[in-house]
Each structure stands twice: as C-alpha cells, then as structure tokens.
Design a protein around this ligand. Structure first.
Ligand code: PLP
Length: 392
C-alpha cells in the first residue's frame, strides 16, 4: 500500500469549511463565538442533556468535572483501569489518589463487582471516593443500572467519560429494542457530568477539543468560569480563583458542526467495517471480535479483536505483519494499573484470580476503522491479518 492505512484518521464531511468560512466572514477568529454556542446546543440536545460546555479537550472536561466535585489532595477517585490516560491524568493534576477498577467481560467496561469491592475497602478505611469516573470504552456503553445503583447507594457522583462513545446508547433507546434496563439513553447522559472528546482520532473531530455535558446548570456555569481564567464579572480583570484557558475556539467548533452533519452516516459505515471484519475472520477460531454488549448499542468507533489464550499467533505478530504492509494497528489500551506512572495505586480486579483488563491488553488488537477506508483497503488489511495465521 502506498498510502498508509491508519487506525482512526479524521474524515471530513465537506461541510466543515462552510462553518469556518462563516467564522472568517464575521471575523469570529476567537475563542468562543456563534459556532461554539451552536455546537454546545447541538451535542447536548443530541445526547439528551440540558447543557453543553465546549472545551479545548476531553481531558480538560474531566479536569473541570473533578474540580466541580471538590477533588483535592489526598482524596480518592475511582476510575476504570482499561482506558486512555486522559481519563485519569486530571486526578493527578489535583494531587488526588486514583483507585483503578477492572473491566467486566461483557462490555469491557467497569465491573460492578470490582466496584463493589473497592467501595467496601474504602468504607473500611473510613474514606469514600469523592467521584467515580466510568469510561464507555471503544464506543460501547458501561452497565449503568448496576454501576449507578452502587454509586447512588454510597452517594458518590459519577463522571461519565464518553470520549469515545458519542452516539452509543444504553438500554432500548438505540436500535437495540430488546434490552430491558431501568436507565436508558445516550452515552454521556448517565454521569452527573458527561465528557466527550473531539480529538483527531475520535468519531467526530474538531482537530482537538472536547465537551462537558450536564443537566446541572451550576456545574456548567462553574466549569465555564474556571475554563475562562476564572474572570470575575468586573470591567477590569479581577481574579479570586486560579483559572484555566480551556475553552474551544470558534474555528474548531465550526469543524465540529460540519462533522455533525454526517454523524449518522459515520455510524453505519463504522458498523459495516466491524461486520466485514467479523465475517472475514469467522473461520479463524483464535479470533474473537469485541463482544457487542447486549444492554446497549455501540457506535462501533474502533474494530477490535482478541486472540484466544491458545492462539499460536501473538497480537504483536499480527501488528508487525500489518505494519510491514504500511497499516497501523495497535494493542488495546494498556490498563492504568499497569502503567509505571500509576505504579503505587490500588487496584480492584474482576475476581481475585481474574484480571480482565490485563488479559484484554495481552490478547487484543485494534484494527483500522476509519470511515473513509475503501473496501479494497479493508480487504487488504483482512488479507494481511489472515496471512499471519497461514504461516503457522
Ligand atoms: C481521547 C480520550 C480522552 C481524552 O480526550 P482528549 O480530547 O484527547 O483530551 C479521555 N478518555 C478517553 C477514554 C479517550 O479515548
């Protein structure tokens, strides 16, 4: 392949420049402006939450959410272990202590039994967490009926990291009408504060950016205040608190509005890509595509598979095979409890002898899933993966 095939490259609808042109025509080349307001409205109403706050990144949104819940030095924050470091780095910004929670096999997201164990432990220590960060990984919902009832019982607020899951849903609100859950809705609507990322690799992009969503107007206003350098409402610049420069620019928001115009098309294309891989590898016993969690509908952001423990071919062999053919692929997210930077933190696994997230990391491969990948390109990727099995 002459052109490298990437894991999840940006894909433009063609409408983005229209919104950027509007920004230029009106000279809104600034942070904030009409595109920002419109993107906040569009995303929050799409997700089914009252308010949105457009920010410079998903990580910034998580940081501000933690600040809203008053997280300080020495506080505990529970967080999914199988995730990208953006989920938990903000815990460290505030010098609080992360405690990592394992995944469950059905959704690969936070295990309620591991969460239960962590709460037990923290209660025994006499110190409950100040917040729980639940991640909707690889565009798939966590099991909110189980997780929220535990967090509600302990009265600990939830931050939902839906950075990868815009458009995914829990319960029968998607096209999956069979699932009977108490909670239902789009991912991002289950936490007190929900978080999205519009980084270049996500399902929609603003080149870089993110959003916090919430029904809580106080939370949104307070986060907005911090995100704009904590400016007091005075003519001169008056500051009583430390602030951040975390808002999204009007130009970036224009890209986001353009991206929203073909979101539905993206979902169907992502799903098509997943299904094609699934069919193509159906006869290879060692390969298992990421399970589709029965209680929701994913956005199929990334097509991922795991290899049987008994597989003679290792993930790294597949990854290097693809790399040799100029195709990008990767292992799954390396769990946070295995990261050197979080070495000394506590971790609660699915079972005493079963570490789901560590096993997923050891056995998984993320495949190219870009919505602008051609059928021929995907065939080429499939052939490379299959060839890794033929030699043995
Ligand atoms: C991308 C991502 C983030 C961080 O978002 P940025 O916009 O890159 O800061 C956080 N959590 C998860 C799960 C992500 O995939």
């Amino acid at each position: 392949m002459d052109n490298r095939i990437y894991l999840s490259p940006p894909h433009m609808s063609g409408n983005e420049l229209k919104y950027i042109q509007k920004a230029f025509d009106s000279n809104w080349i600034a942070p904030l402006g009409p595109n920002v307001d419109a993107l906040e409205k569009e995303i929050s109403s799409y997700v089914g939450v009252k308010y949105g706050l457009a920010l410079s990144s998903g990580t910034a949104a998580i940081h501000l959410a933690l600040k809203y819940f008053g997280i300080q030095q020495g506080d505990l924050v529970f967080c999914s272990s199988l995730t990208f470091s953006g989920s938990c780095n903000p815990i460290a910004y505030e010098k609080a202590t992360p405690v990592f929670i394992d995944s469950e096999p059905d959704s690969w997201n936070m295990s309620s039994q591991a969460l239960e164990k962590a709460f037990h432990w923290s209660k025994t220590c006499g110190k409950l967490p100040k917040a729980v960060i639940i991640v909707d990984l690889y565009g798939q919902t966590a099991d909110y009926d189980n997780l929220l009832s535990i967090c509600d019982y302990y009265k600990v607020p939830v931050i939902e990291d839906s950075a990868e899951a815009l458009g995914a849903s829990y319960g029968n609100s998607g096209s999956n009408t069979d699932c009977k859950t108490v909670n239902k809705g789009k991912c991002g609507s289950f936490g007190h504060i929900g978080v999205f990322s519009f980084n270049g690799n996500k399902i929609i992009t603003t080149s870089g950016g993110g959003m916090a969503v919430s029904d809580d107007v106080d939370a949104i206003n307070k986060m907005k205040f911090w995100a704009t350098q904590s400016r007091e409402p005075e003519l001169y610049y008056e500051h009583k608190e430390v602030g951040y420069n975390y808002r999204m620019s009007n130009i970036c928001a224009g890209i986001g509005l353009g991206q929203m115009t073909f979101l539905d098309k993206k979902f169907s294309r992502k799903k098509e890509i997943y299904r094609k891989y699934q069919e193509a590898f159906a006869d290879i016993e060692e390969i298992k595509m990421m399970p589709i969690f029965k209680k929701g509908e994913p956005n199929y952001w990334l097509s991922v598979f795991t290899l049987d423990k008994a597989s003679k071919v290792l993930p790294i062999e597949i990854i290097s095979k693809l790399s040799g053919g100029n195709v990008e692929s990767r292992p799954l997210w390396k769990p946070m409890h295995l990261q050197p930077v979080f070495e000394s933190t506590s971790y609660f696994s699915y079972k005493d002898d079963t570490d789901i997230s560590a096993t997923l990391f050891d056995t998984g491969v993320c495949l190219p899933s870009g919505t602008d990948m051609t059928a021929q390109e995907q065939d080429y990727v499939i052939d490379l993966v299959r060839s890794a099995f033929k030699v043995k």
